[in-house]
Design a protein around this ligand. Sequence first.
Ligand code: ATP
Length: 261
Amino acid sequence: MSVVVDIQNVTVSYRESVALRSISLRIEEGALVSVAGPNGAGKTTLLTAINGLGRVLQGSVSVFGTKMAGRTATGIRKEIGYVPQMLSIDVRMPMKVEEAVMLGRYGRIGFFKRPSPRDREIVSDVVDLIGIRDLLSRPIGHLSGGEQKKVAIARALAQEPRILLLDEPISDLDISAQQTILNLIDRIHEQKRLTTVLVMHHLSLLPGNCSRMILLKDTKVVFDGSVEDALNEDVLSRLYGCRLEIIKTEHGVIVQAKVNA
Ligand code: ATP
């Protein structure tokens, strides 16, 4: 497997603070990697660094063997679908779901050009994959949180990315919608074999195809290994600074705070 993301000794800062400190990791083509850790650990910053948007003070981020910097990063970013944590949808925006998904194509076709039949076909395929055909003529301001997440994932896939970055795609969703989105992430991974990096707080709900966990704490990678090794009471209790217990069931693993701990 070839390495598609190569992060070497990277430090990323915002004006006030360092958000990632001396991080090194490699992600191989076709992997589905989950990233977890306490609030403020640097998970979103890691995704923005991969996307070439972070303020890298030191080290280098290479994607597909090319260093993410300046114009080169703009070109490579077309190959990266990014679904941010906060979907800033203005409810007054007069845009239908179909147009919102088509936005994902504009990085490829150019903003002042009309979508070709091929672009429409790509959008149509993605719409079926995500299962949002019944929403196509709805204004995007009239969608529920779960529907918005699906549209955001569809838009990212319409871009035909080679890497998919998902930042907490199930936060704010009900249990059923969480399951729907996670099944979708598994299905996308199975069908497209996209290299996928997923930031997740819900450790009991990791997608079945996830084979690697990266745990961040206080700007650093504190664990990088298999899901099985990551879902360990000591590892997670240290990570979150509270006693956690892990209950294994025939349907999966439940991670929860230890009562009276
Ligand atoms: P969460 O689980 O809460 O989403 P996270 O692990 O994704 O957190 P980041 O969003 O990467 O954390 O933030 C890492 C650190 O950088 C935090 O200390 C945060 O306060 C800081 N930070 C994030 N975004 C900005 C910003 N735009 N300007 C200044 N500091 C920021």
